[in-house]
Write a protein that binds this ligand. Structure first.
Ligand code: SF4
Length: 193
């Protein structure tokens, strides 16, 4: 894993603003869809193993959740490393973008379709019962694209170019994450003791 520069304060501020915007829109969509959404504390079907995030989000988690890395191991393989034994997220306030829209009806444009791009839609199977998602107005779905572009911009601003992605599980691995954070929290503690 390449090191890259540390996270500038301006990038962190912009990332927090992005999360606020995501949470505001996702909150409106949650209200709009009301009882359709079965998302509840303890339901962790979306919290799969193997999720990756841009390095800028990985650094944000490492910076703000250092205590977790010092004191707790990763959730065993098979689910997200950040889940606790009761199916709750241990970094909820600092969770990455992708986790903030889980459960919502999603829409995106498949640019590779021929002869012309096609709009695609999807939703968690648990939340599928209800009006067909293909019939929902566009603004009743989470649009994949605009926030990904903002995130990519922050990644570029931080790293100067590389669009490196990081496995969430790797953040528990000092050997892999240390070069990201300028010293993994667990390693920093060893150095201090
Ligand atoms: S970071 Fe939290 S919300 Fe995101 S997949 Fe992992 S446990 Fe779930």
């Amino acid at each position: 894993m390449n090191c890259g520069p540390s996270m500038p304060g301006s990038v962190e501020t912009s990332l927090q603003a992005l999360y606020r915007d995501v949470d505001r829109i996702a909150g409106l969509l949650h209200s709009f869809h009301g009882d359709r959404l079965r998302c509840r504390k303890g339901c962790a079907d979306c919290c799969i193993d193997g999720i990756t995030v841009f390095e800028v989000e990985a650094r944000y988690i490492l910076k703000n959740c250092s205590r977790l890395f010092r004191t707790h191991p990763a959730h065993p393989p098979g689910a997200c490393a950040f889940l606790d034994s009761e199916g709750s997220c241990r970094i909820y306030g600092f969770r990455p973008y992708v986790c903030r829209t889980q459960g919502l009806p999603l829409r995106w444009i498949d640019e590779d379709r021929r002869p012309s791009p096609v709009e695609m839609r999807d939703i968690c199977p648990l939340n599928d019962p209800g009006p067909p998602i293909v019939e929902l107005p566009s603004d009743a779905c989470w649009s994949i694209g605009p926030f990904e572009a903002r995130l990519a911009g922050l990644q570029r601003e931080m790293s100067g170019g590389p669009m490196k992605r990081v496995l969430l599980r790797d953040l528990f691995e000092p050997d892999r994450a240390g070069r990201l954070s300028g010293g993994h929290p667990r390693e920093q503690r060893k150095e201090r003791s």
